[in-house]
Design a protein around this ligand. Structure first.
Ligand SMILES: Nc1ncnc2c1ncn2[C@@H]1O[C@H](COP(=O)(O)OP(=O)(O)OP(=O)(O)O)[C@@H](O)[C@H]1O
Ligand SMILES: [Mg+2]
Length: 248
């Protein structure tokens, strides 16, 4: 099966202490991979290496078979950052404008969007159930609605790979389930490969096809029997412990 991401002997350190050492993993076409690990384990660092924003101290990352430092086809990759939710709150733009802006590579930086671009943005908003909110200011939307707009923003450029860093932070537990259902639909029906950092092990294990665990500088893939209750508990976000099991 074609590899979308391949990491080989990947090491990285910001200073002297390594964040991780000689880790190896592959993400295959059609995968829905969850990356778990404690706070500070290096999950966001790994995402930044995949995006070519950081350079490995050793080893390499290939994206669609090409070294990430030479990779050019970034519109193929949709990235929803960890702080994505907060950074747009005070932005005086509508949902439609935020989604359309991500078509800049098609529109051209100094040009105004044409009708076809706006229609494409509206279609992306509809696909995440936000069609009727297109003219609303992003700051006036709820956390869950805003995160759907962030998804539409990356979907509008027809990504082959979506990279999400804790996308459900700030979304209430009822809407988290529908957000994951939406990701599953994008994965199954549209064939988009997904890699997602999360602390929400309990529900992720129902949606993700594979789980990678980053801990103490190593990365290992968890298989069925390793996804035990104990592990689920360990990687649960502290705030989630306030919800009783029957609430989930
Ligand atoms: N720019 C930086 N310079 C130096 N150290 C950094 C930098 N960014 C992150 N770190 C450190 O690297 C380690 C890994 O950080 P990272 O953000 O990748 O963790 P994480 O697994 O995403 O954590 P969280 O679950 O809290 O988001 C942490 O100890 C962090 O303090
Ligand atoms: Mg992080």
């Amino acid at each position: 099966m074609p590899k979308v991401i391949e990491a080989k002997n990947l090491s990285f350190s910001y200073r002297v202490e390594p964040i991780f050492t000689k880790i190896n993993f592959s993400v295959y076409n059609g995968d829905f991979v969850a990356v778990i690990g404690s706070n500070g384990a290096g999950k966001s660092t790994l995402i930044q290496l995949i995006l070519g924003e950081l350079t490995p101290s050793e080893g390499y990352i290939h994206l669609f078979g090409q070294d990430v430092s030479r990779f050019k086809n970034w519109p193929k990759i949709g990235y929803v950052p960890q702080a994505g939710l907060q950074s747009y709150v005070s932005f005086p733009a509508t949902a439609e404008e935020i989604v359309t802006a991500n078509l800049f590579s098609q529109i051209g930086l100094m040009h105004l969007p044409k009708k076809k671009h706006i229609n494409k943005a509206l279609k992306a908003l509809e696909s995440v159930g936000m069609g009727e909110y297109s003219k609303r200011l992003i700051g006036d939307l709820s956390g869950g609605q805003r995160q759907r707009v962030m998804l539409a923003r990356v979907l509008v450029s027809d990504p082959k790979l979506m990279i999400l860093d804790e996308p459900t932070t700030g979304i209430d537990f009822k809407n988290v389930e529908s957000f994951y259902n939406l990701l599953s639909t994008l994965n199954h029906k549209m064939g988009i490969t997904i890699i997602m950092v999360t602390h929400d092990m309990e529900r992720t294990s129902n949606h993700a096809s594979r789980i990678l665990c980053l801990e103490d500088g190593s990365l290992m893939e968890l298989t069925g029997e390793q996804i035990t209750e104990e592990l689920l508990h360990k990687h649960k976000h502290p705030a989630q412990n306030f919800y009783k099991r029957e609430d989930l």
